[in-house]
Design a protein around this ligand. Sequence first.
Ligand SMILES: NC(=O)c1ccc[n+]([C@@H]2O[C@H](COP(=O)([O-])OP(=O)(O)OC[C@H]3O[C@@H](n4cnc5c(N)ncnc54)[C@H](OP(=O)(O)O)[C@@H]3O)[C@@H](O)[C@H]2O)c1
Length: 441
Amino acid sequence: MSKNGTTIGLGIAGFGTVGAGVWNVLARNGGLISERAGGALKFEIRRIVVRDPEKVREAAAPADLFTTDWQSMVADPGVEVVVELIGGTDVAYELVAAALMAGKPVVTGNKALLAERGADLFELSRKHDVPIHFEAAVAGGIPIIKAVQESLVSNRIDSIAGIINGTSNYILMRMTEAELDYPDALKEAKELGYAELDETLDVNGWDAAHKAILLGTLAHGFPIDPEEVYVRGIEYVRPLDIRFAKNLGYVVKLLCIVREHEDGSIEIRTQPSFIPKTHILASVNDVFNAVAVRGDGVGDSLFYGRGAGQDPTASSVVADLVEAGRFLRQASEGGHRGFLPYREQGVIKPIDETETAYYVRFPVTDRPGVVADIASLLAGAGIGISGTHSPVDPDEPDAEFVDMVFLLHTCPFGTLKGALKKIEALDCVTERPVVFRIESL
Ligand SMILES: NC(=O)c1ccc[n+]([C@@H]2O[C@H](COP(=O)([O-])OP(=O)(O)OC[C@H]3O[C@@H](n4cnc5c(N)ncnc54)[C@H](OP(=O)(O)O)[C@@H]3O)[C@@H](O)[C@H]2O)c1
């Protein structure tokens, strides 16, 4: 590998939305990027790995660069930095591991890969002293990785609260503003190209959870096991609860929380939650992302922008290329600036011990004493009630089945679950209660 030339050879695996975007950014702004790096760095894409080399592409790359053989791309001496943009956790893992073992810096946008198999890859990165950069993996164009890893390095990170899945955010916004139900809002998101053909990871919460795992890993220094993360998606959010939230002064957002507790344990969860209408995160709409970070020195800071899309994501990938290029040309002695875990093992707080206030909706048969029966079981569990709410349908003032909403004071989730089990057994409760956390951010 040449350490002295100014041109850095790149191999890109994946030439879809993001890969083609990287080509276009380098073509458009390559000169500017080079000038900003003191004239010392130029990038040249030398190999492109795809599944189908015959496909018509969004970027005008010469046909002779394309191959289906990722092993030969990684082994090519002209490829000094490997860019992984194929997605998935199998081939992508093999490819990234092979690049690191060959001593080649890696740039990736693959949150699933790093959240699921990052521990092994970070270990390879450490062992071979070669960086793996992943700015594009969290919140697309927002430079949140660099912020947490470098700009806020002097802070203990107390908490991170993020809206980091644009598809879910769009769907919840449409359910709130246009009062669409979930299937219609999803259909609209697909028609507008905001949701993938297979929307599973977006709506079941896991795309956001993967990103939260990466943020938690960076903020707290140890790889977080996805099995220890509590994840709920938006598929079960009903217009009824969105309407109640609105009336009570909240909005529903798919929220990721990473929080350090006094005992050193880390709370990490992703779920649709109520947040106060007045909180700044409540006004994050459309497919935008936002991450609120609270550090012990800096206090509160907010990072807002486009969390996906060709140009924003390519913007982050190319920023990482510059980092990787600097490592190769200037900083190859004395350690790299990729992520190095610094804690052997951290403790994830069990979800049952995490505490918030709650909104609980009980579908019930409307008979005298319902409220008292539920309230007495809540009181028996030591859970305080801050309000109750039972809207009467003007068309059906004597309806037999109604919804009773209880707003509950802060208590451990496990305590709430225990009480709900008993309440569900009451003959007046007709369906499972619906629970949302009320976040105090
Ligand atoms: N799209 C976004 O806004 C965005 C934002 C942040 C992060 N990311 C991440 O960036 C990565 C790429 O996303 P994308 O949207 O660009 O995906 P995409 O449009 O589906 O493109 C995937 C590319 O990878 C190639 N590919 C897939 N499997 C392959 C295999 N086994 N061997 C060789 N080539 C393979 C495909 O080849 P063919 O073209 O021949 O099929 C295609 O060129 C993902 O990890 C994604 O999570 C995307």
